[in-house]
Design a protein around this ligand. Structure first.
Ligand code: GLC
Length: 664
């Protein structure tokens, strides 16, 4: 049962697609206070000692969010430290599960804080500055059931084309056609499967959206040549439009007032990769249509997928910020330097980027009314991806297109997937990747993945292999790294056969993984779940933070520590432990409910098949088009069967009934 409580004048975020009845009174579940002075909003609830709190999508820390504080404010912060409170997405959905079970979705696009037992260990406090919001309250039997209700409320998740379930290689710094061909050859000549190479900002001319650098004199031919190798190129599109005379996107945007404005009506300026840029005002339908239509210039050249970036929006600095800091430097220069003085200056430079002051200094035109950016900040990436999604639907009404974004808000899950931004080549970020997955699914984001191997910092062979063994299961499976870090294309490491094998497992599982993805999307269900969602009565399962349920048949338990030869796992019921061995064979072992130590060599992908179930496994393939689903082996319990969903993988004609068949 879902009830909606409206406070003040909420901004129409369009995250919810189903009308909900207005509620009355919320007792006995917590207390809402609207302070008389000021216009803040606070919801508080006293948690029971054993209550678990799930949710928040792309957020830091555990599957159980209890014990820390989180702020929904889409942030471009590449240092995802343990203390980080905001990442790139704002997903305001939580579930309290324990003595009572209820979900809360706060539809509010400005900064919102969830203090989940941080200030007081037993208290959940949700607060924000302005009491203009829709508060959805969802009751249900358990956390899973509440999630299912919520997912119905926010509409069907984005469905990518099937090739997007292949493996992809990316690196910030690929610049020339040769760079891309080298990567393609590195994979193909080593027989490591691959389907996509991502084009980071250097494919553009001076980082200008919808331009192509002179390194690609015949871009359509280049795209085709890659396609002949069964590789799709996926270019990046950034939010900021470079300010440059004679650049059509800039000139059209200025002429039509399509950019965000300062208070005085002039076009707001923020510096990003191209230098000074203007930000398209994606809140205006005409701007979405205009910017979205630009993607066609690339689809006409053979492009079938995009990643939208820097759309929090990230702002390195503004002219106003620079002016202010220059004045401060002038004041600083003649003074005798002191430790505090130097630190103050240092801090000021550090705070130039993504500053609250800058976010408060520009405006969106929402149906004729100027709305200050920071009041609706968390919707910017959503609106940019919506612009692309709506346009791609028009440009290609029959064929699906790959689309994912860095910044997001609930509602954006209908238009594209997300990747979880600039992580680091740290073991802790491999585990963080795993923990985020079910929370993202709770909020509708199904096509998700992290930069495998880690984006910042230098990876190691071992970390990359272990991370890939998790990535085998994430819908978006992409190895991506930052410029200046160690090169981490799989073929650069010794014993490439290990990489060939691990990524090969992805392709052997692809018919199953795709089928489970499609079932999750079409049934508004989850693809990854915490164990407790499947085994709500099992107190032990409720504590498991490093294993996940996948689809209806699997449990996964990746290794995430350096030098580990294996790991401990908890089985909430009897399961079949299956290992994909390097020689292409599979080992199977029935394991009883309980705790076990499993040995997992670096070149082995482990998984568990649930009691009484089975999964289809295909033979080896080097790209999605080669996967042979007509000849699959059923692996799992005897006398079990599996309902496989399989469609053509590229049209938008999804149909669970029509495209399902029972195997076994
Ligand atoms: C941002 C993106 C990263 C990309 C880089 C350069 O940091 O998150 O993925 O490589 O910009 O475009």
């Amino acid at each position: 049962m879902i009830k909606k409580y409206t406070f003040g004048t909420p901004f129409p975020t369009e995250s919810v697609v189903v009308p909900v009845e207005a509620g009355e009174g919320m007792q006995p579940y917590g207390r809402i206070s609207l302070p008389e002075e000021g216009s803040g909003f606070t919801f508080s609830y006293v948690m029971d000692a054993d209550d678990i709190v799930y949710g928040l999508g792309e957020a830091n820390r555990g599957i159980n969010k209890r014990g820390f504080i989180y702020t929904s404010f889409c942030s471009d912060d590449p240092n995802h430290l343990e203390e980080t409170v905001s990442l790139y997405g704002a997903h305001n959905f939580i579930i309290v599960s324990g003595k009572a079970a209820f979900g809360i979705y706060i539809d509010y696009p400005a900064a919102l804080t969830f203090d989940i037992g941080y200030t007081r260990a037993d208290e959940l406090v949700i607060s924000c500055e302005h009491a203009d919001l829709d508060f959805y309250f969802i009751e249900g039997e358990n956390a899973y059931q509440i999630t299912r209700q919520f997912r119905k409320l926010i509409g069907r998740s984005y469905i990518p084309p099937k090739f997007a379930f292949g493996f992809g290689q990316s690196r910030w710094g690929y610049k020339t056609a040769k760079d891309f061909f080298d990567v393609a050859d590195g994979y193909r000549s080593n027989h490591i499967p691959i389907d996509m190479i991502y084009m980071d900002i250097d494919y553009m001319e001076d980082y200008k959206d919808f331009t192509i650098s002179e390194e690609f004199p015949d871009f359509p031919a280049f795209v085709q040549e890659m396609k002949q190798k069964d590789i799709r190129l996926i270019p990046i599109i950034d939010a900021g439009v470079k300010i440059e005379e004679n650049y059509d996107v800039y000139e059209e945007g200025v002429a039509h007032n399509y950019f965000c404005k300062r208070e005085d009506g002039s076009d707001f300026v923020g510096a990003v990769w191209p230098g000074e840029t203007h930000f398209p005002d994606f809140f205006q339908p005409e701007v979405r249509a205009w910017f979205g239509a630009k993607y066609q210039w690339l689809t006409e050249q053979g492009i079938e997928g995009f990643w939208n970036d820097m759309n929090e929006p990230a702002i390195f600095y503004t002219p106003e910020g620079i002016k202010k800091i220059k004045e401060q430097v002038r004041e600083f220069l003649p003074k005798p330097e002191t430790k505090d003085g130097v630190w103050e200056m240092q801090g000021r430079f550090m705070n130039l980027a993504n500053s609250a002051e800058d976010y408060a200094s520009f405006f969106h035109n929402v149906q004729g009314e100027m709305v200050r950016h920071d009041r609706i900040h968390n919707l910017y990436g959503f609106q940019m991806t919506r612009a692309a999604g709506e346009a791609l639907q028009k440009i290609s009404p029959k064929k699906r297109c790959l689309l994912f974004s860095r910044s997001s808000y609930i509602g954006m899950h209908r238009y594209g997937g997300i990747w979880t931004g600039d992580n680091k080549s740290w073991w802790s970020h491999l585990l963080l990747n795993l923990k985020m997955l079910p929370s993202l699914n709770m909020c509708g984001f199904l096509y998700v993945g992290a930069d495998l191997g880690g984006f910042g910092a230098n990876t190691t062979r071992e970390l990359l292999l272990r991370w890939l063994a998790l990535g085998v299961f994430t819908p978006l499976m992409r190895n991506h790294a930052a410029i200046g870090t160690r090169e981490q294309e799989c073929y650069r490491f010794e014993h490439v056969e290990d990489f060939r094998h691990i990524i090969g497992v992805r392709y052997r599982l692809l018919p199953y993984l795709y089928s489970e993805y499609m079932k999750a999307a079409l049934n508004d269900d989850m693809y990854f779940k915490p164990l407790a969602f499947e085994y709500p009565e099992d107190a032990m399962a409720a504590n498991v933070e490093d294993q996940l349920m996948l689809g209806g048949e699997l449990m996964i338990a990746p290794v995430y520590t350096q030098n580990a030869k294996g790991r401990y796992v908890y089985l909430p019921e009897e399961m079949m432990y299956v290992r994909f061995l390097p020689d292409g064979t599979l080992s199977r072992e029935i394991m009883p409910k309980g705790h076990h130590y499993i040995s997992v060599p670096l070149n082995v992908v482990p998984l568990f098949i649930r009691y009484g179930k089975c999964i289809p496994v295909a033979g080896m393939a080097e790209c999605v088009a080669e996967v042979d689903s007509a000849h699959m082996e059923l692996v799992g319990y005897e006398k079990s069967s599996y309902v496989l969903y399989e469609d053509d993988g590229y049209t938008r004609n999804y149909d669970l009934e029509k495209h399902s068949r029972t195997l076994g």
